[in-house]
Design a protein around this ligand. Sequence first.
Ligand SMILES: [Fe+2]
Ligand SMILES: [Fe+2]
Length: 229
Amino acid sequence: MKSPFIDLSVHHQPKGFSDRIAFGFTKLLRWTADTFFAERYGHRAVVLETVAAVPGMVGATITHLACLRRICDDKGWIRTLMDEAENERMHLMTFIEISKPTWFERAVIIGVQWVFYLFFFALYLVSSKTAHRVVGYFEEEAVISYTHYLAEIDEGRSENVAAPEIAKRYWNLPDDATLRDVVLVVRADEAHHRDVNHGFANELAGLPTGAVAECPPHVALEPIWKKAS
Ligand SMILES: [Fe+2]
Ligand SMILES: [Fe+2]
């Protein structure tokens, strides 16, 4: 399988107070995740993807409400953010086939969701620019983590098992696809989210939006009524 090209060197240099807060907060969470998971990449992916799927839905909700109040067009932001949330949920549904969280991790997932949802909702209301910058930095870290996961597989510390069926269907991967192929498309998704969110933060800051890494093709999840017809 041809691996999707992504630029691993992309980093938004923090400019101003809001960017520095976003960057500092991301580095603090990175340190916490590194301490908690160490090299357990499968577990790390499952727990962190439950968090990664939150910001897109919060951003979509608040943008939707703002458009209703202001009676204005969303310029495609709502669907973009919902697609991000759904894509992150598919990452979760894929990695749950690879690693099952422990009972302690399940408790952490529940606790973190309460805190993170409320925190991110409040942050988005106060400064959507900072909120998108935070996600841009989270995604920079996600690209790094999945690059480490690839090295783990390539050096034989994690077994390169067959790709889960759900992943093959979602990204239309070949029958003989492996975990390595899955990590490659997931990492490319994260690079895409990174650029979209830094772009949104730039737009809100009045800066040029910059290039966006291509999103690997995946099937669109259809509403139930469409599937039935
Ligand atoms: Fe993800
Ligand atoms: Fe992500």
